[in-house]
Design a protein around this ligand. Sequence first.
Ligand SMILES: [Zn+2]
Length: 174
Amino acid sequence: MESRDSPPVAASPDPRWLADEMLGRLARYLRFLGYDTSYAQDLRDLEILHKAREEGRTLLTRDRQLAMRAKASVLLRSLDLEGQLRELRRAYPALRGEVRFLRCSLCNALLASADRSSPVPPRGVPEPLWGSSEPVYVCPSCGQAYWEGSHTREIRATLERVFRPGAGARGTPP
Ligand SMILES: [Zn+2]
């Protein structure tokens, strides 16, 4: 390989994704990974393409025609979440695999640390957890609260299967 003077690749910003209607679960996972991910619900093809272009997003879709019409897209074939994450990782090897409490998995808004001065926990947060020093995050847009718990363990287990060294590096059977 030839080496030339070029800006460091590590400085490249995170991609922003637009998941089409069939990829809602993948969109939620990408938000758990901290990626700015829009979900194209109830949008027609032209609106999806317009949104991707306007917002500089890479379209994630299982629709070949749609993928070909987008300026930037990743065509996914798998029907299940883990397969889709593996395919995305092959297309975009820099994909991170760690959960970050950065974005709301439901609406994509940036999360904020919960206001611990209130004795009343945010909706859905168990009292004992609120009394502990466990970090709690709240979505300022939809009110969803996030903390380390059984559901994050499940998400981490899924990510571990997809991102463990060697996983997805080779092709999966068709
Ligand atoms: Zn939200």
